[in-house]
Design a protein around this ligand. Structure first.
Ligand code: M6R
Length: 367
């Protein structure tokens, strides 16, 4: 049960409501957000002087970055590119003093991300680091550091570091949007409400999904492949869900944009193959459902993840998991919970040490 923390990974998964509270602490005002760490940065630089934003990170942090890209782009109407650190260091687009580079690293020590940060600075870009380690190399080298305050994460798989990074990115997107005058600023009251409610909603996700996910993990014990599909932010989250299953359960898991499978991957779908269909983005649900129908026609075993109140997903899948509904930007935080639990249970049912996956390290200090 959630009370028995056999592994740090489960402890850290269940700690997320508290960790997110810590990320938010002191950063919410009655009508907006305030990130004091940004004040000095904006005394030196004007948001209007930036022509583009680059987000750079590795692994799970890269997946937060992909979500951050979509949120910042929508809120600021500024082009945002997101890059894998190890690629960015030697191959990047336009990078100059009108570029704002946001680096994401839980440990603050990932060598690939540190090199990318140095490269950005060498080109005159201005840099903000979001990290969980205040006294890290990346924190020290960036022009501005925002700490996620998630508390120590000891298990190699990133769980609370991920949801706290996404929370910090939403806070940052709101804060940056307020530095832009005019139509760039798209902060809405429902976003503020969602931020305030976030720790409670994450708690609800833990309670609502744990048992069903545990059972699903047991029945997929003998499977060698698993697919995750979704559209928009759900697709990005699917990538993270797949990484977690690979890392923790040594299961070949792959994520696809739901509309893309018919362009090739469908050939791999055999009867009984497990598929997780993420359908948390209300405006994309109908299209995702038509993709689920295509997969069901091949007799795959589909678990749908959708929000409370939706009845349409249940009609087309074998099993459905419900999570609370929130503003679209927040759904990848809420829907991450069942995916993390799935990796945990799939790993433990196979008898693995989920805290220390083979061949991996918590902090990768070589390029
Ligand atoms: O410390 P960082 O956020 O820079 O680490 C980046 C990746 O190595 C890390 O997120 C890795 O992918 C996780 N172990 C995945 O769970």
């Amino acid at each position: 049960t959630l009370q028995e923390h056999d592994f740090f990974m489960l402890k850290e998964i269940t700690e997320q409501p508290k960790a997110i509270k810590q990320t938010l602490a002191g950063r919410l005002t009655a009508s907006s957000v305030s990130i004091p760490e940004l004040d000095t940065f904006f005394e030196q630089f004007q948001m209007e002087s930036f022509r583009k934003v680059d987000i750079v990170a590795s692994g799970t942090s890269y997946h937060s970055g992909m979500i951050g890209k979509k949120i910042i782009e929508q809120m600021l109407s500024i082009p945002v590119e997101v890059s894998i650190s190890s690629e960015f260091s030697f191959e990047h687009g336009l990078l100059d003093d009108q570029t704002l580079v946001i680096v994401l690293s839980q440990s603050g020590e990932t060598a690939d991300t540190l090199s990318a940060l140095k490269e950005a600075k060498a080109h005159g870009a201005k840099t903000i680091a979001i990290t969980n380690k205040k006294r890290s190399n990346i924190a020290r080298k960036a022009d501005c550091m925002i700490c996620t305050n998630a508390g120590p994460e000891l298990a190699v798989p990133a769980t609370k570091a991920y949801t706290c990074q996404m929370t910090a990115l939403i806070l940052l997107a709101i804060a940056l949007s307020e530095k832009v005058s005019g139509p760039g600023n798209k902060m809405t009251p429902d976003m503020l409400e969602a931020l305030k409610e976030l720790p409670n909603e994450v708690e609800k996700c833990l309670i609502m999904t744990q048992d069903a996910i545990d059972k699903f993990a047991q029945v997929t014990d003998d499977q060698d492949h698993l697919f995750l599909i979704g559209r928009g932010l759900d697709y990005v989250l699917a990538l993270e869900g797949a990484l977690k299953l690979q890392e923790v359960a040594y299961l070949h898991a792959d994520a696809y944009a739901a509309g893309e499978i018919k362009h090739g991957t469908m050939a791999l779908f055999t009867p009984g193959i497990p598929v997780i269909a993420l359908a948390t983005q209300a405006h994309l649900r109908e299209k995702t459902i038509s993709n689920i129908r295509e997969i069901k026609a091949r007799d795959a075993y589909v678990v749908g993840i959708t929000t409370i109140g939706d009845e349409s997903v249940a009609e087309v899948v074998d099993e459905v998991l419900y999570i609370p509904e929130a503003h679209a930007f927040f759904m990848p935080i809420l829907a991450a919970i069942p995916l993390q639990l799935l990796a945990y249970y799939a790993g433990t049912v196979r008898g693995y040490n989920v805290d220390r996956p083979r061949n991996l390290a918590k902090s990768l200090t070589v390029e």
